[in-house]
Design a protein around this ligand. Structure first.
Ligand SMILES: Nc1ncnc2c1ncn2[C@@H]1O[C@H](COP(=O)(O)OP(=O)(O)OP(=O)(O)O)[C@@H](O)[C@H]1O
Length: 308
């Protein structure tokens, strides 16, 4: 019977800051301080959200996380009247006098963007291109004029001023633009866009070794395997397996006592389970799953694990 080890001791959420990551963080922080918004773009699993969270943390302001979604609208961003509250006072103190005082008021709930703008939070707008361009238009006034228009909200003020400490970090995945919504040029024109690509093998190895219980040489073998398969695999539908896949393989193998060995059947099955789907999506074949499995087994047998 295979037994899972008790929990994973290492901090799975920590950001490993190599020189390149530190450099991007420090430049981005500088741009935010100067009043510009940042946009991290790159393939899935390149580390955009992790970097956005680490950057937001550096600002030492409350952080609000918002995910792009085609159903997101002004009611979510600005707020909405969510119902009515009524108050009724019946004064029957003097028997012959009946006095009734009744008032009804609408209950307003601030939307996430309004709350962040009013209080000077750092807003992370993850995968913003998944929202409709008309929804994202509201950011044009925020970034350009420093005001949040309250149109369509029935509120008495036409807009509110943006708090000086407010800033936004956007993230997006260019592969998702196809079939979702084109990013709006007007919005992109107001952002500083930093492209985050997959890290090289040494950087990915350092992250896997730091965040899981495998040894560095084993981490290197896993990241080399995943990155070799990724290179064979890039089309419109998929960028191939990311660092996430390496982390999964390393965590599961060490947790279940599976040897990091390309000839080991359990290890091969683990790699097929984790990697087959992303790889099959970018293979043109009658049976992409069988083709992907063959490719994975083949790369597993080429795996080299350096000696201690
Ligand atoms: N510098 C890093 N240090 C530690 N872990 C990292 C680093 N970069 C990425 N990761 C890890 O890689 C995985 C993917 O990162 P993340 O979710 O930030 O990617 P993403 O680009 O936002 O992906 P997606 O577009 O799919 O949302 C996460 O498990 C994250 O913890």
């Amino acid at each position: 019977m295979t037994v899972l080890k008790d929990g994973i001791k290492k901090d799975a959420r920590a950001l490993i800051q190599d020189d390149e990551t530190k450099d991007i963080l420090s430049r981005s922080l500088h741009y935010l301080k100067a009043g510009y918004s940042i946009h991290f773009t790159g393939p899935s699993g390149a580390g955009k959200t992790s970097l956005a969270l680490a950057l937001a943390k550096k600002r030492k302001r409350p952080v609000m996380l918002m995910h792009g979604n085609h159903e997101l609208d002004n009611k979510d961003l600005i707020g909405n009247f969510t119902g009515y509250s009524s108050k009724k006072v019946v004064d029957h103190y003097v028997r012959s006098v009946y006095k009734k005082d009744e008032s009804v008021t609408e209950t307003w709930n601030d939307g996430r963007l309004l709350e962040a703008v009013k209080n000077g939070y750092t807003l992370i707008y993850d995968e913003f291109t998944r929202s409709r361009p008309t929804t994202n238009n509201i950011f044009l006034s925020i970034l350009e004029e420093g005001v949040l228009p309250l149109y369509g909200s029935k509120l008495t003020e036409p807009f509110i001023r943006v708090h000086p400490d407010f800033s936004v970090i956007f993230t997006s995945n260019p592969a998702e633009y196809a079939g979702v919504y084109d990013t709006q040029d007007a919005l992109l024109d107001r952002l500083i866009t930093i492209f985050l690509d997959y890290k090289d093998i040494d950087r990915e190895t350092a992250i896997v070794a730091e965040k899981t219980d495998v040894e560095e040489r084993e981490a290197k073998a896993i990241t080399t395997l995943v990155s070799t398969l990724r290179k064979k695999c890039s089309n419109d539908k998929s960028n191939g397996p990311s660092l996430r896949a390496s982390l999964m393989i390393a965590k599961l193998a060490s947790g279940q006592g599976i040897a990091i060995d390309g000839e080991d059947v359990d290890f091969q099955n683990l790699c097929i389970d984790v990697l087959c789907h992303p790889i099959s999506r970018c293979i043109e074949s009658d049976d992409p799953k069988a083709e992907a499995s063959k490719l994975i087994i083949n790369e597993c047998s080429n795996m080299e694990i350096p000696e201690d």
